[in-house]
Design a protein around this ligand. Structure first.
Ligand code: HEM
Length: 224
């Protein structure tokens, strides 16, 4: 089962809905919980990634007919959610970097692997961001046609890699660094969201295994 962070049906109205909601959420988090802009964009980005990744497995487990509109077709929002995850992740990165003299990426990375937890956590975040940008750019119809569906699907399989990188990156800042006042509600919710993604991914995979295989006509070929 290929995890898809984006789909091919990006739609302008849905982009407006997701974009405006994401910015509104960033404002709300910024002023309601008094965190910095970089943290509020980071949290919105995390939430969008979570929503993007649970849509596929949830739709495999729950029959769409049992859900109400617009949730009846939630997978059609996946592309927009995925792209706005990248946009808000990029906004988070830009705010973090704007606080560093000369936008020194090398210093933000603490000289790469030698830089201790902070540098390594930022490196994981940066790899996730670069992958997210690649997946966003390649989610446009013409580029998908150029790449071919198989190559596009292969690229999409990096969606969960992005998720685990982001989880490790965020866990560091919430639980293993001294930048804030220690873990807060978001930190614990983040763990819950990570557990939900892993559980849904596993359940979706088990369901796929149990489904009758479409290759029944070719059964003999496998009975060597
Ligand atoms: C898609 C990419 C990224 C996502 C989704 C993301 C998400 C997060 C999250 C959820 C937090 C924890 C916020 C909290 O305490 O509640 C965080 C913190 C942080 N992230 Fe990222 N991050 C990403 C990329 C990056 C990159 C590339 C850098 C820098 C190279 C970076 C630097 C930081 C820093 C310095 C913090 C500490 C809090 C702050 O100053 O904002 N992040 N990030």
């Amino acid at each position: 089962m290929a995890a898809k962070l984006f789909d091919t049906k990006n739609n302008l109205v849905k982009h407006l809905v997701v974009g405006v909601s994401s910015l509104a959420a960033a404002f709300l988090i910024r002023y309601a919980s008094g965190v910095s802009w970089s943290v509020s964009f980071a949290r919105v980005s995390f939430l969008l990634l979570f929503m993007t990744l649970i849509i596929g497995p949830v739709m495999r487990l729950v029959k769409p007919s049992k859900l109400f509109t617009p949730l009846k077709t939630p997978w059609t929002w996946r592309g927009e959610l995925g792209i706005w995850f990248t946009v808000t992740g990029l906004a988070h990165f830009c705010v973090v970097m704007s606080g560093r003299p000369g936008w020194s990426l090398l210093k933000a990375l603490g000289g790469f692997f030698g830089g201790g937890g902070y540098g390594l956590a930022n490196l994981l975040g940066l790899i996730a961001l670069v992958l997210a940008i690649i997946l966003s750019i390649t989610s446009f119809h013409r580029i998908i046609m150029f790449l071919g569906i198989e190559s596009w699907k292969w690229l999409q399989s990096f969606a969960y890699v992005i998720f685990y990188l982001v989880v490790l990156h965020s866990l560091y800042f919430q639980f293993f660094s001294t930048y804030g006042e220690g873990p807060d509600m978001f930190g614990y919710s983040m763990i819950l969201m990570a557990v939900v993604v892993i559980a849904l991914q596993t359940a979706g995979f088990i369901k796929t295994l149990k489904e009758p295989k479409a290759v029944s006509g070719k059964k003999e070929e496998y009975q060597v």
